[in-house]
Design a binder for this molecule. Structure first.
Ligand code: URA
Length: 268
């Protein structure tokens, strides 16, 4: 994607996140001037040149907002370099103001569970229950996840569970690319600090974010994948369906079951 397109993408995402549903220009708009003359001939109307430069005010806004996202990512990355323990990282996340989701969330939901876990599970983002309680996977999806974990011969206390985002997106909407990009350094550092033997990515969002691809989860599940940390540690990855998807599609249960049996074999 070229720089201008990327800037526009960030700007639109930022507007949508902020709840904007209408746009106006810097200059007052004259309906008369803007009226498109009726084309009575059979000639195709002349279209404006494809890459018309944006108005200077608009351009400045785009650049500033894209820059804010880039700065927030950089800031998150440099904060993470100084986090030597999970507790330090948790405090950094709680004090971080670079992601607008924090403004609408009730709590920061950091990871939880066994910090020496061999298996680390990663979901998308806290839902309403998690936002209220402050612990990942405690709602309906969490109850199902507990059952799946025990079917794989483990207990919740044995594993470590976290999310790509530590803040609930309003109305449980899908996180935007910039929200994921801003929060990803914190997740990556969390993985390095836990240093699990296996990563379990629950759902397409978590898998796409960490594996940096756009594959559908149905294509990624059923095989072992790999995640490489910044220190070049290679961790086997099992990507599988999100428990919330299973709650809506009971017919897919056998697939997640077989995924977790494979996990069980791997860690026995
Ligand atoms: N869904 C998630 O992805 N994470 C949670 O913590 C809860 C629901």
């Amino acid at each position: 994607m070229n720089e201008e397109k990327l800037d526009l993408k960030y700007l639109l995402e930022w507007y949508l996140t902020a709840g904007v549903d209408e746009t106006t220009g810097d200059e007052p708009f004259s309906a008369e001037k803007a009226a498109v003359p009726v084309n009575l001939s059979r000639e195709a109307p002349k279209l404006p040149p494809k890459s018309q430069p944006a108005e200077s005010g608009e351009r400045r806004a785009i650049t500033e907002l894209a820059q804010a996202t880039i700065d927030a990512c950089k800031n998150a990355r440099s904060l993470c370099e100084n986090a030597r323990t999970l507790e330090e990282l948790k405090t950094l996340v709680e004090n971080f103001d670079g992601c607008a989701l924090k403004l609408t969330a009730t709590r920061t939901v950091f990871g939880g569970g066994n910090p020496s876990a061999r298996v680390m599970l990663i979901g998308e983002a806290p839902g309403a229950d998690e936002d209220r309680i402050g612990i990942p996977f405690v709602g309906r999806s969490g109850n199902l996840l507990d059952k799946i974990i025990s079917a794989a011969g483990m207990k919740r206390e044995d594993v470590y569970i976290t999310n790509v985002l530590p803040w609930r997106p309003p109305g449980n909407r899908t996180p935007t690319t910039s929200e994921v990009a801003i929060c990803l350094p914190f997740l990556k550092r969390q993985i390095e600090l836990i240093s699990p033997e296996v990563l379990v990515l629950l759902g397409g969002s978590a898998a796409n974010a960490l594996l940096e691809n756009e594959e559908p989860i149905s294509k990624m599940r059923g095989k072992w994948l790999e995640y490489k940390t910044s220190s070049n540690q290679v961790i086997p990855v099992m990507a599988t369906f999100h428990p919330a998807y299973l709650l809506r599609n009971v017919g897919q249960k056998a697939k997640i079951w077989s995924d977790f049996l494979r996990l069980r074999k791997k860690i026995l």
